[in-house]
Ligand binder design. Structure first.
Ligand code: PMP
Length: 312
């Protein structure tokens, strides 16, 4: 089924109104299309079949990062944080999906003028759409990954903690190389040679029962799932280190997993042809994964405040 077929019955928010998604189209001269001058978010809504609601995970946190991304590149939009949340709920109601759903808000330089110029295009357009989405990476079978020959974009080139459209060519290059070489995902090192993250997800390893992840200053996107994992792990009483991670630590890790809104929690069984631990889902990864999937669906009372539940 083509992308258009899967989404064509849906509605999008475009040019200030809710329209059928096929009407949400931009001119080919659009600056953002030419230069990647946009920023975006990726949010998941989990459908509860029994009770008929969607649990949108950490909606307000996603829009806080969205606005921070705009701030980092020095542009604005006409919508407040509150507007963005309300708009998303309205669009969700209108689409009323009966399935797990991915929400894609984005803001972009809509001018038709030649040359990238964030001074001229300093007020971005805002648009949003959504579509059904299951697993983006296999979550329960263990994936095979490699270290990419591409380096993660550095903060002083394209700010890596902002979710900037143009920077995703970096992700696409790493993913392509990994898949061409028979792996399912890639791990980026940064320009300093330290472990950064996956092509579009953060990375955790476990060594001697300590959960370890790259620090926020290692050119990663500050993932909301990463933060979630840290919070859950700390509540479960696991020791956590956010620090510089060396490549060779990956080869001797007891456990490893990716996390992200798309990736959710996906455990890794091999890195550069070296088995991670015993090649099975690790104890700590397993505990976190099982809890995570209950939390995002709004099934754990303690973490319900992370879930915006909306009847559809
Ligand atoms: N790193 C990159 C480069 C990403 O694109 C994503 C996906 N948004 C992540 C990490 C994970 O971030 P989050 O958990 O907020 O989805």
């Amino acid at each position: 089924m083509s992308d258009l077929q899967t989404t064509s019955h849906l509605f999008a928010f475009f040019n200030g109104k809710v329209v059928p998604i096929e009407k949400a189209q931009v001119n080919i001269q659009t600056n953002a299309l030419q230069y990647g001058t946009g920023i975006f978010a990726g949010i998941r809504g989990y459908y509860n079949t029994n009770q008929g609601f969607i649990s949108i995970f950490r909606l307000t946190d996603h829009f806080a990062r969205f606005l921070n991304s705009l701030k980092i590149i020095g542009v604005s939009i006409e919508y407040s944080h509150k507007d963005l949340v309300e708009l998303t709920l309205k669009l969700m109601k209108k689409n009323a999906p009966k399935t797990d759903t991915y929400i894609r808000p984005f803001a972009y330089a809509g001018s038709l003028q030649l040359s990238p110029n964030l001074e001229r295009d300093n007020v971005f357009e805002f648009a949003e759409y959504m579509f059904p989405l299951g697993d983006y990476l296999p979550t329960y079978k263990g994936i095979k990954v490699c270290i990419s020959s591409w380096r993660r974009i550095s903060d002083n080139a394209i700010p890596s903690r902002a979710k900037i459209c143009g920077s995703y060519i970096n992700s696409a290059l790493a993913k392509k190389e990994a898949v061409q070489n028979g792996f399912e995902e890639a791990i980026f090192l940064n320009e300093a040679g330290n472990v950064a993250e996956g092509s579009a997800m953060n990375l955790f390893i476990v060594r001697d029962n300590v959960l370890i992840t790259s620090s926020k200053s290692d050119d990663i996107l500050e993932g909301i799932t990463r933060r979630t994992v840290i919070e859950l792990a700390s509540d479960l009483g696991f020791a956590i280190e956010e620090r510089v991670v060396d490549r060779s630590e990956l080869y001797i890790a007891d456990e490893a997993f990716f996390c992200g809104t798309g990736a959710q929690i996906a455990w890794i069984k091999e890195i550069d042809h070296r088995k991670v631990g015993n090649g099975k889902r690790g104890k700590i990864s397993g505990k976190l994964q099982d809890l995570f999937f209950r939390v995002v669906r709004g099934d754990v009372q303690e973490y319900e405040t992370w879930c915006t539940k909306i009847k559809v």
